[in-house]
Design a protein around this ligand. Sequence first.
Ligand code: FAD
Length: 304
Amino acid sequence: MTLLLESKVGMKKLSDVYRPGHLAVSIELFPPKSATGEQSLYEHVGKLIKYSPDFITCTYGAGGSTRDKTLEIVREVKSRFGIPVASHLTVVGSTVEQIRDYLRQTQAADIDFIVALRGDPPQGQSSFVATVGGLQHANELVELISREFPGFGIAVAGYPEKHSEATSFDSDLLHLKNKVDAGADVVLTQLFFDNRDFFRFRDRCAAIGITAPIVPGILPVTNLKQIQRIATLCGSKIPQSFVSDLSRSDAPDWQMKVGIEFALDQVNELVLQGVLGLHFYVLNQSQSMLAVLEGLQIRSPRPA
Ligand code: FAD
């Protein structure tokens, strides 16, 4: 399926992004720790832009530790590349007034969307404790944004393999429904490697009346050790056959090749099964995502 290049200028609603007949592509970045990392990030975004992503997001570090950097990066991506951007925002370590303040700054910077999250407990804490004067769960953040900052499109997190703290799959789904009912436009999922988990999750969301698009989170693997660390943190399981394939050689080229082939197969099946979008965790790189988009032919590259 080859979709025509589209102009993104002036498009600010998530409901415009996720629409039948269009496969939306979003890319998630994280704030680099060094100036070199930041320069490299913009170089990679420059390459990814070739395939006209619909929007680019940047994560928000634990306890708001990257607050300024997150905003700086999304602002810079929008100004350099002229495409819609989303700032992630968590409630960890912030009072409601600090959250409002960040949203005001984000609004003033013309950021299009917010990925509204609770966030993980800060390092050293085993469970999440709300800040005094702060919020407890992501649904409260979605309510606040919808009520006080209605111009923002809102994305929330969903978990095909269940959130690690949830007491049951059913309760996790009900909490997800609360977020959507509070005003979220789209659900971006945690990364996963077994499409059956995603399809089951999507079916169960539909069964309880979640009508917002459920967009799979895809991480094209480039390194086994790295992904094993990330998957443990995210609570995502890696199929044993995939681990075995990756383990056949430590050579970076091999690992990248196997990762790209796996991601291509995964995404091909998701597209055939009618997903409205793909959310790519690119770890601030571009090579593997470009290979996946080239392999899928879901976009015509922009002329050089
Ligand atoms: P919630 O929706 O609040 O859910 C957290 C837990 O509480 C779940 O177990 C849920 O079932 C339960 N729950 C929810 N609502 C209620 C309620 N009202 N009453 C009782 N229980 C409830 N983390 C970051 O720190 N920064 C980021 O930028 C970031 N970006 C992410 C992007 C995506 C697409 C995804 C999938 C995750 C991201 N995360 C990020 C990780 C996320 O913050 C963690 O997974 C966190 O533990 C949960 O966040 P949440 O928004 O899903 O929380």
